[in-house]
Design a protein around this ligand. Structure first.
Ligand SMILES: C[S@@+](CC[C@H](N)C(=O)[O-])C[C@H]1O[C@@H](n2cnc3c(N)ncnc32)[C@H](O)[C@@H]1O
Length: 199
């Protein structure tokens, strides 16, 4: 894992607004009354744009990343908005939490950043750290995504459908969908897997 490259990415600050599918997932599954009792892990939080959204919505949020710059940005973003979340440096493949610690987990643009070997361990960590009935939403690039193979410093891994099936075995419920946005009249596309898991 090249932490320095992710420090550079996080120095740029990352996205400015939360992922649309995180908003939809949280609004659909967790009404306001249950949020303060819902412990959510933002796995690979980057600069904290989704962590901020979760904290603002009243979730009990824990954010982890390998990038110290990302975690510092997350803490600064939360502080600017008078919000709180617990932040910790951690590899996605070795999360420093007890079994069944979380009601929910989100991981956005991380399993593709980390690559398949780390992703396998990360999903196994999700299974371990989610409570029975706990849910996760995972968004990551498919092999049809325009960013895969592009000349970025960090390089994204694009998953095939069969790899995602294998990656997500062992959960009580698995939904493997796509989140696709096209550009230039369809000539280029973000083509992400949108995977929801229930333990
Ligand atoms: C593309 S960014 C996405 C950040 C954030 N989830 C978002 O939606 O803005 C990917 C993040 O994953 C983190 N990351 C990549 N590989 C990791 C690993 N093996 N363990 C922990 N974090 C990792 C990087 O440091 C970076 O902050």
């Amino acid at each position: 894992m090249n932490t320095r490259l992710w420090d550079i990415w996080n120095t740029g600050g990352g996205p400015q607004y939360p992922h649309a599918k995180v908003i939809q997932f949280c609004m659909r599954n967790y009404p306001p009354a249950v949020r303060s009792a819902t412990r959510v892990l933002d796995l690979g939080c980057g600069s904290g744009v989704n962590t901020r959204f979760l904290a603002e919505q009243g979730f009990d949020c824990v954010a982890t990343d390998i990038s110290l710059v990302g975690l510092a940005n997350t803490q600064a973003l939360l502080a600017r908005h008078g919000l709180r979340a617990s932040c910790a440096v951690a590899e996605i493949s070795a999360q420093p939490f007890a079994d069944a610690s979380f009601d929910c987990a989100i991981t956005i643009g991380v399993l593709d950043s980390a690559g398949p070997a780390a992703a396998r361990k990360a999903v196994s960590e999700l299974r371990r750290t989610l409570k029975l009935g706990g849910r996760a939403i995972c968004v990551f690039a498919s092999d049809a995504d325009m960013r895969v193979g592009a000349a970025t410093a960090y390089g994204l891994y694009g998953y095939r459908h069969d790899e995602v099936v294998e990656l997500t075995t062992g959960f009580a419920e698995v939904a493997i969908d796509r989140y696709i946005t096209t550009y230039d009249s369809g000539r280029r596309q973000h083509n992400d897997f949108l995977v929801t898991l229930t333990r």
